[in-house]
Ligand binder design. Structure first.
Ligand code: 5GP
Ligand code: ZN
Length: 114
């Protein structure tokens, strides 16, 4: 399958890994939009938020658990952070493998740029 994030999971495209378990992988975003910008993805290929089913409950819970774990480990859990999913064209999705942006390290300002 020609999917960038599946290739990152396989290791055929390199990434800077932050956290990994059986269900999820977290790695540094290549173009950080904040001092901390980490992508958290399920190891199963799911194209968009619309394609998540109840069979994916565990993987989705593991994405949230990974975000909490990373926030605590990197020490920004109390200061705060933002977890974002972009879905399809109007949401600004560019890579069609489900991912959540974990942003932190500064006051993040308004949710929407425009
Ligand atoms: P989207 O707009 O689909 O929600 O976000 C895709 C994200 O993937 C962007 O923040 C972009 O910087 C990141 N990205 C795109 N290509 C690569 C890559 O090859 N490696 C990494 N680590 N991140 C990437
Ligand atoms: Zn994929």
């Amino acid at each position: 399958m020609d999917c960038l994030f599946c290739k990152i999971i396989e290791g055929s495209i390199p990434s800077t890994k932050v956290y990994e378990n059986e269900h999820v992988l977290a790695f540094q975003d290549i173009a950080p939009a904040a001092p901390t910008h980490i992508l958290i993805i399920p190891k199963k290929h799911i194209a968009t938020m619309n394609d998540v089913t109840r069979e994916d409950d565990l993987a989705i819970a593991e994405i949230f658990a990974a975000a909490r774990h990373i926030a605590k480990e990197q020490g920004f859990d109390e200061a705060g952070y933002r977890l974002i999913n972009n879905c399809n064209s109007d949401g600004g999705q560019v890579v069609y493998h489900l991912h959540f942006h974990l942003l932190a390290g500064k006051k993040l300002g308004a949710l929407l740029a425009e």
